[in-house]
Design a protein around this ligand. Structure first.
Ligand SMILES: Nc1ncnc2c1ncn2[C@@H]1O[C@H](COP(=O)(O)OP(=O)(O)OP(=O)(O)O)[C@@H](O)[C@H]1O
Length: 539
């Protein structure tokens, strides 16, 4: 007789046929345990996975107990008069373990700690902190306003991504967070969903006509602010949720007028927001959520003082910080901004997204223009729409003009010296496909969701490997395959060591010149270095 296997998810022994059958017969508790539906198979009406069961009360296809619970909750919410959301209670500073439970929302069967741990491992989620809420498996199972769930579905977001699963649940319990997750993994929705839920709940409770902001999102570039505000509007449609965009280059008076008329969320760059706060009396008393998107940039560079000044103007907000690149200095600083912080990391932080193929080519500075023309003339290598990153504003203008003249295809430039109107219009033309190639400085390097782009060319290496990670990341969204062609030469030597390590980890080819450089000595880089050294030894 075969021994009965332990059915723990952590068990590494493959289950016997008999236990597999038993597993198949077991009713799936959570939707994550259910497989995807094959073509022609019934789909769960809540999450779209395989609809293995039928809900006895409604006859709908359903994948698990969790989704059945959500379905019944939805139906109950439609038939019952709207229930008042629980009152948000101000707790003493430092007591952030307090959390408001929504007793109107039915309990979801809970998983054992070992199952949660194994789920996080499968989803590539690491967490650090005390009493961390479990990840949520679908948007409809965490008590969000029904309209918000509907807006998410309409936007095509049927399932949360791993970072959203963990961040949304942690954030809904009012905890402050430091989140590092791959480029293109869906961090924006992970902070917008709790913000919108919080704002619409907050407004439905307030009896006063006063409508000062309830949340602030800071981001380092105007383009990123524009993008985040757009997405917030889409997800908050139909809810008591208005936004104000506060960025330089747009008239200040209009921004003030909008805020005075009542808004819930301000999305802005630090400089303009400080400017506005200094010149105008904006009541920030009710701001209880403060998000720093691209936090390493906001806390490391010239932005730090401004970001901290805004933070200090708020009274004990929930702080949520996000980036694909976070190092220890930012971790330390972030810990000083909130108590009982949760650290979440998803995927491969501080490294380029695995979906992007990195092709690093050694090109002398004088040859760069010739090389990029060769690439752009090759149907095999050039796959527009494409973004070309350069290091200077003048360089962006010159290169875009030279490429337009040489290949007869309109190539536009975007950088910080252009007016806001021009930057907006050019970005619109690129995003709508009117032009297919843009040359830009770092203004489009971070956070920009350039949906159809699957090729970037780093004509000039950026100043740091962190910026490299972000720029390379523009070539892939949500795991789509992309390609980054990167020009390097001796002028980039201060990054050789880290670059070689990044390429080695990704299994990408390392140019011979880089492998044999003194700057990469001591790193075992395999074949290229050995070949070069042995040919030297022969001569
Ligand atoms: N749950 C979801 N289902 C499907 N698509 C999603 C989901 N969440 C986000 N997306 C899409 O994924 C893309 C990447 O999201 P987003 O721009 O938020 O990534 P990010 O993690 O902030 O990346 P970066 O670090 O580059 O800023 C966007 O096009 C967004 O619309």
């Amino acid at each position: 007789m075969g021994q009965v296997e332990n059915d723990s998810a952590d068990n590494l022994v493959a289950p016997s046929d008999a236990s597999k059958e038993l597993e198949d017969l077991r009713v799936k508790e959570r939707c994550i345990e259910q497989r995807e539906a094959l073509p022609g198979e019934p789909r769960c009406v809540i999450c779209g996975r395989y609809g293995e069961y039928i809900c006895d009360q409604t006859d709908d296809d359903i994948c698990s107990v969790e989704c059945k619970t959500s379905l019944l909750a939805r139906i109950a919410a439609k038939t019952k008069p709207p229930v008042k959301a629980p009152v948000r209670v101000d707790v003493p500073f430092g007591d952030e373990s307090f959390c408001v439970r929504d007793n109107n929302f039915p309990d979801i069967p809970s998983l054992r700690a070992s199952q949660i741990a194994s789920l996080r491992t499968k989803l590539d989620i690491c967490v650090k902190g005390e009493a961390i809420p479990d990840p949520v498996m679908c948007f409809s199972s965490c008590g969000l306003p029904e309209k918000l769930v509907h807006n998410l579905e309409t936007a095509g977001y049927t399932m949360p991504t791993p970072v959203q699963m963990q961040v949304i649940s942690a954030s809904l319990s009012d905890r402050s967070l430091l989140v590092s997750a791959d480029t293109g993994s869906g961090k924006t929705v992970s902070f917008l969903v709790p913000i919108i839920a919080h704002c619409s709940r907050g407004r439905s409770e307030q009896c006063t006509s006063k409508r000062g902001p309830l949340a602030i999102v800071l981001a380092p570039t105007r383009e990123l602010c524009l993008q985040v505000e757009e997405q917030a509007k889409v997800l908050g449609k139909g809810l008591p949720f208005k936004t104000a965009l506060v960025v330089g280059g747009d008239p200040l008076a209009q921004q003030i007028y909008r805020i005075e008329n009542g808004i819930e969320l301000i999305v802005g760059t630090p400089g303009r927001l400080i400017d506005l706060l200094m010149k105008h009396n904006v009541d920030l008393d009710d701001v209880s959520v403060f998000v720093l998107d691209e936090v390493d940039c906001l806390l490391e560079r010239g932005f730090r003082d401004q970001a901290m000044q805004i933070f200090r103007a708020l009274s004990r907000p929930q702080v949520m910080m996000f980036s694909a690149t976070i190092h220890s200095e930012v971790e330390k600083l972030s810990n000083s901004m909130a108590n009982n912080m949760i650290h979440i990391s998803c995927g491969n932080p501080n490294r380029p997204n695995k979906s992007v193929k990195q092709v690093v080519i050694w090109v002398e500075t004088k040859q760069k223009k010739q090389k990029i023309l060769e690439i752009m003339k090759s149907k095999q290598h050039f796959k527009p729409p494409a973004v070309i990153f350069v290091s200077s504003r003048v360089g962006a203008d010159l290169l875009s003009e030279a490429l337009t003249a040489a290949i007869g295809l309109e190539v536009i430039s975007i950088h910080g010296e252009k007016t806001m109107k021009e930057r907006r219009e050019r970005l619109r033309r690129f995003l709508t496909g009117e032009v297919s190639v843009v040359v830009c400085t770092g203004v489009l390097g971070r956070g920009m969701d350039l949906l159809k782009v699957c090729q970037v060319i780093l004509f000039d290496m950026p100043n740091s490997i962190d910026e490299y990670v972000h720029q390379v990341g523009r070539a892939s969204r949500m795991g789509e395959e992309g390609k980054a062609i990167v020009f390097v030469n001796e002028e980039d030597r201060k990054l050789f060591r880290e670059l070689a390590q990044v390429l080695k980890t990704a299994g990408a080819p390392i140019p011979r010149e880089l492998a044999s450089s003194n700057y990469t000595s001591g790193i075992s880089l395999g074949i290229d270095r050995k070949r070069k050294l042995s040919s030297r030894a022969r001569s």
